[in-house]
Design a protein around this ligand. Structure first.
Ligand code: MTE
Length: 320
């Protein structure tokens, strides 16, 4: 995709970003409402969230790895209607509906552990840590499907700079809200709750790793992990923990929900690696949502030039 016009709060983001796809499909959309209607009509979906507030002052994605230029964006309606969020339901097509009344009022994010300035942030203070920047990333799920998503967020490094990790801190652990009154599936044992994840500190410091607070220029929909989701584009999607309430600096490798659940299937590192198959399926190719045919999966999801040096000397088949 060539250079894009600046973000607009009036024209639906898809019209800008997926102009190619729109032209190909011969669709012309006027207003956000018309677009939403078309989406419902064409996809048979009855849930859309195009009315979410726009994020003001979004900085366009810088060139290079921060922005996938040559692949079509996954239409927003797909991004917000095909989700993994087990706290709501294990049915990917039903998460949006189950999450539609989720509220984030009064949300707090505690940052604690091995840092000089532990702190509890309210959402306003958290969002002020970094300018809202667009990041157009490939998103590869361990289940071998993928999307290209225009997130809005800021580097995790900004938060780490604010809390100032101790020299002895080696990892960052993340935790999702535990509240069965708002996450109905937390009353079941489909996973161990709360959902937890972790990164090595140098991975978390990498400029590609962000906290997403929005997508397609609007606030993050609940089904995608409102109000704050981790996005680490060179790793499988399960590292992208949603609805974060706690972040802990530590010197021990953090527990990761899926790694604990099935250690032979889901590694702590979870780097996208087409040479390391899941025991029950190949990781060599992927189904890009909204495309026919399959794509070859790229090592580190296509971000090898930027991140391979983080793993120098490591056997990435053993540390999958
Ligand atoms: N975070 C929480 N709290 N609960 C979850 O079930 N699912 C993970 C990840 N983060 C999950 C989660 C998985 S398996 C994937 S593939 C991504 O979220 C999906 O993100 P998406 O719905 O925005 O595509």
């Amino acid at each position: 995709m060539t250079d894009k016009p600046p973000a607009s709060e009036i024209t639906p983001r898809e019209v800008y970003f997926n102009r190619r796809a729109f032209l190909r499909g011969g669709l012309i959309a006027g207003t956000a409402a018309a677009t939403a209607l078309l989406y419902r009509k064409f996809n048979g979906l009855d849930f859309d969230t195009t009315t979410l507030p726009p994020i003001r002052g979004v900085v366009p994605a810088p060139h290079g790895p921060f922005r996938v230029d040559d692949e079509d964006l996954t239409p927003r309606v797909k991004v917000v209607n095909y989700n993994n969020f087990y706290e709501f339901t294990t049915d990917k097509d039903a998460v949006a509906g189950a999450a539609k009344d989720f509220k984030t009022d009064g949300w707090k994010i505690a940052v604690e552990g091995m840092c000089h300035r532990p702190r509890v942030f309210d959402l306003d203070a958290f969002r002020k840590l970094g300018a809202p920047e667009e990041r157009i990333y490939r998103h590869r799920c361990v289940e071998a499907w993928s999307m290209v998503i225009p997130w809005v967020g800021f580097p995790i490094a900004k938060l780490l700079a604010a809390v100032d990790p101790l020299g002895s801190a080696k990892y960052v652990a993340f935790e999702t809200l535990m509240d069965p009154t708002r996450f109905p599936n937390q009353t079941t044992n489909v996973l161990e709750w709360p959902y937890v994840e972790g990164l090595r500190l140098d991975e978390a410091m990498h400029p590609l790793a962000i906290f997403a607070t929005g997508l397609y220029g609007q606030e993050l929909p609940a089904q995608d992990g409102a109000p704050v989701k981790l996005v680490v584009p060179w790793k499988y999607g399960f590292k992208g923990i949603k609805s974060i309430v706690k972040i802990t600096l530590t010197d021990r490798e953090p527990v990761s929900t899926w790694n604990k659940r099935a250690p032979s299937e889901y590694g702590f590192y979870a780097n996208v690696n087409p040479q390391h198959d899941h025991p029950r399926w190949s990781q060599a190719t992927e189904q890009r949502i909204n495309e026919s045919g399959r794509r070859k999966t790229l090592m580190f999801n296509g971000y090898g030039e930027q991140v391979a040096s983080l793993y120098t000397g490591m056997d990435l088949d053993a540390h999958f």
